[in-house]
Design a protein around this ligand. Structure first.
Ligand SMILES: NC(=O)NCCC(=O)O
Ligand SMILES: [Zn+2]
Ligand SMILES: [Zn+2]
Length: 512
């Protein structure tokens, strides 16, 4: 089976130019001008459209057991939604079973059998003991190269600083990337109790009890601990401008930090969590919370300026019946919003659709209003993810030899996002009624057209588990030592050796 996409503007993270793309047997065979196919090649005309690597969403929770229920999209429905929105690979967060990561991995091997597109897995670490530590190594051999730590959800998934430090050290030893949900665990509990006792029991209580300061602190702390251990680190779902500023500061002091924001963080309508209709308000409950325009503008500027490297979704959908578990107490509303289908459109409409972007070549700090180019769009939605998790250039590139995960986006096509037409199983949509310009009209996954003419054509089980290797550029040249070792090497006395002192002489009473 082969496909020739002709005459589109082919966009990679570094460059875009009018070109053809020839796809054969699941791979990109050639990218260049005036390509010819085989006798039976299907030809798709892409003139006036953008041809881009399929999106990679590194932050999803499909079939995820959380807060006493399970997220409503499984691998089939969630990935179907992804493909309809131009995302051709996701990296999902596998969760342990009662702290046991080996058991958790087995569960995800099972539930992911329904996959309709390629996927990878991260593993969350919610407890610390010798078995977790040794199972981490086993999982890296199975194709997991990242471990997630939550500094929130006390009493459930949260880790202490002590556990985090051990986890950071072990991750580094294995060449695996630690990913952190950054909030101040104890501060949240304090704020939730105070908020609830003041009578804010509804969804707005969730927002009130998660001030940006607690996210900013968690972000700074996680990054300083990563600096201390001297490991690369990935900050998930940055939702506050202060947290983005902390990431900028860490990058400036030379840390290897990858900052991720999410579609809802930059573009969900602010204030909806105060809606008098519980169903509407509860749909917006996620952590850290969706913040106001000031934060959203700060996050967009951080993306445009290269402080935040990736736009993901944190797609963790719960139906309105599931959200009602917290009807009397916001602390019991399952946390999570939709986004896997909307991300590419929301990011394009929010960050590229200005007209001005097309004449600018790269991301520049000067674009502080949050405008990015089509190339930068590909960077933050696909290539940077592939690079962070060592899947590049198999994924995240339109180049000979890469997997044929390709999308065609029509920059003129408009559509209105709605729960009545989306492909996720969730019965609400936080972008309900929003019109976006720029639409993915064709999605090619593993060399096959799976989305065209508004129709999905997918097969359960077709998705492959992409094993992600450890190490790579993020770890290259990284000193093995943590900061105590660096201090030990300080050039006084004999470098690296404890100082020899005469300890026989006791101090006199007067000296004491
Ligand atoms: N973000 C959220 O509210 N739900 C999913 C779990 C997480 O990423 O914290
Ligand atoms: Zn999180
Ligand atoms: Zn998440």
């Amino acid at each position: 089976e082969s496909i020739l996409i002709k005459g589109g503007t082919v966009v990679n993270a570094e460059v875009s130019q009018i070109s053809d793309v020839f796809i054969k047997d699941g791979l990109i065979e050639a990218v260049g001008p005036s390509l010819k196919g085989d006798a039976d090649t299907r030809i798709i005309n892409a003139e006036g459209k953008y041809v881009m690597p399929g999106g990679i969403d590194p932050h999803t929770h499909l079939d995820a057991p959380m807060m006493g229920t399970i997220s409503i999209d499984d691998f089939a429905s969630g990935q179907g939604a992804a493909l309809a929105g131009g995302t051709t690979m996701n990296i999902d967060f596998a969760l342990p079973i009662q702290g046991d990561i080996a058991k958790g991995f087995k569960r995800y091997q099972d539930v992911s059998k329904r996959a309709v597109m390629d996927y990878g897995l991260h593993m969350a670490i919610t407890d610390w003991n010798d078995k977790v530590s040794s199972d981490m190594e086993k999982l890296t051999k199975e194709g997991i190269n990242s471990f997630k730590f939550f500094l929130a959800y006390k009493g459930a998934m949260a880790v202490t600083d002590e556990q985090l430090l051990k986890g950071l050290r072990r991750s580094k030893e294995l060449g695996a990337l630690p990913m952190i949900h950054c909030e101040n665990t104890e501060g949240l509990v304090d704020a939730q109790e105070r908020t609830f006792s003041q009578g804010f029991t509804g969804p707005e209580g969730h927002y009130i009890s998660r001030p940006a300061t607690l996210e900013d602190e968690g972000t700074a702390r996680a990054m300083y601990l990563a600096k201390y251990v001297n490991t690369p680190i990935y900050v998930v779902h940055v939702m506050s401008k202060g947290a983005a500023a902390e990431i900028a500061a860490a990058k400036l002091r030379g840390q290897r930090v990858i900052g991720e924001t999410i579609a809802s963080g930059i573009a969900a309508e602010e204030g909806k969590i105060w809606d008098p209709d519980f169903k509407v308000a509860a749909a917006f409950v996620m952590s850290p919370p969706i913040r106001n325009k000031e934060h959203q503008d700060g996050l967009k500027a951080a993306v445009a300026g290269g402080v935040l490297d990736i736009i993901a979704t944190d797609h963790c959908p719960f139906n309105s019946t599931q959200k009602r578990m917290g009807i009397h107490d916001f602390r019991s509303i399952p946390n999570g919003v939709n986004g896997i289908e909307e991300r590419m459109h929301i990011a394009w409409d929010t960050l590229v659709n200005t007209g001005k972007a097309h004449i600018l070549s790269t991301r520049q700090p000067a674009l502080a209003s949050g405008i990015i180019t089509p190339s930068a769009f590909v960077g933050v939605t696909s290539t940077a993810v592939a690079k962070a998790f060592n899947a590049f250039p198999r994924k995240g590139a339109l180049a000979a030899g890469s997997d044929a995960d390709v999308i065609i986006l029509d920059p003129k096509a408009k559509h209105t996002i709605s729960a009545s037409t989306h492909h996720s199983r969730i019965d609400t949509n936080i972008y309900e009624g929003r019109e976006v310009t720029g639409k993915v009209v064709v999605t090619v996954s593993q060399g096959k057209v799976v989305w065209e003419n508004e129709k999905l054509n997918v097969k359960e089980g077709a998705g492959r588990f992409i094993k992600l290797p450890t190490g790579g550029e993020l770890f290259a040249g990284l000193a093995e030592q943590d900061e105590t070792a660096i201090a030990r090497a300080f050039p006084y006395g004999v470098p690296g050796k404890p100082v020899q002192r005469d300890l026989t002489e006791k101090p006199s009473r007067d000296e004491l």
